[in-house]
Design a protein around this ligand. Structure first.
Ligand SMILES: Cc1cc2nc3c(=O)[nH]c(=O)nc-3n(C[C@H](O)[C@H](O)[C@H](O)COP(=O)(O)O)c2cc1C
Length: 158
């Protein structure tokens, strides 16, 4: 059944985001995610879901907050960079990133926009941990089209 379920999910077109967390001891971690959801408008709560095996998990478990950048259709390489297990967290942050307006956490330049969340709570769920964040800032950066992940490859909206 798991294989059938994966096939089902491959048929769901997904927007691609980069989540970058900052811990209370000022460590950074970032990864490509598609598991971003808006949960509540009053208060503004969102969630992301992170694999228990992810190197970034430790930082998110101690996070003061994180940014979520919505990638545009030209940012496939950034998605690949932040999802490549051969590129360590340390390497991912050797590059320079702009800092978010409120929490001063890196976000992805030229993304369609980014939000800043402060840690709200987390929930262990099977092989993932779900992180709920309270939105404290929203910045739209351009009106480009989003990058889409569908059937294991990157697509553009026509
Ligand atoms: C399009 C796409 C979406 C992804 N979504 C998630 C996700 O929602 N949660 C997750 O834990 N990993 C997701 N991944 C996998 C992580 O980006 C990847 O395992 C990353 O290297 C984890 O980094 P880390 O182990 O250094 O923390 C996704 C990968 C891709 C290509």
């Amino acid at each position: 059944m798991r294989e059938k379920f994966k096939e089902f999910m491959r048929n769901v077109p997904q927007a691609v985001f980069i989540a970058i967390g900052k811990s209370t001891d000022n460590k950074l971690a970032g990864l490509t995610i598609s598991s971003f959801e808006s949960i509540s408008l009053k208060p503004l709560i969102t969630l992301i879901s992170i694999d228990k095996n992810a190197e970034s998990l430790n930082v998110f478990l101690k996070a003061i907050g994180w940014t979520i950048s919505l990638l545009n259709e030209e940012q496939e390489e950034i998605s690949k960079f932040f999802s490549n297990k051969d590129i360590s967290q340390a390497e991912r942050f050797k590059l320079e990133y702009p800092k978010s307006a409120s929490l001063k956490i890196p976000y992805i330049e030229n993304a369609i926009g980014y939000i800043e969340c402060i840690y709200y709570r987390h929930l262990e769920m099977g092989d993932h941990i779900i992180f709920f964040g309270k939105v404290v800032n929203v910045q739209m950066l351009n009106d480009k089209k989003p990058l889409i992940y569908y059937h294991r490859s990157y697509r553009k909206i026509m």
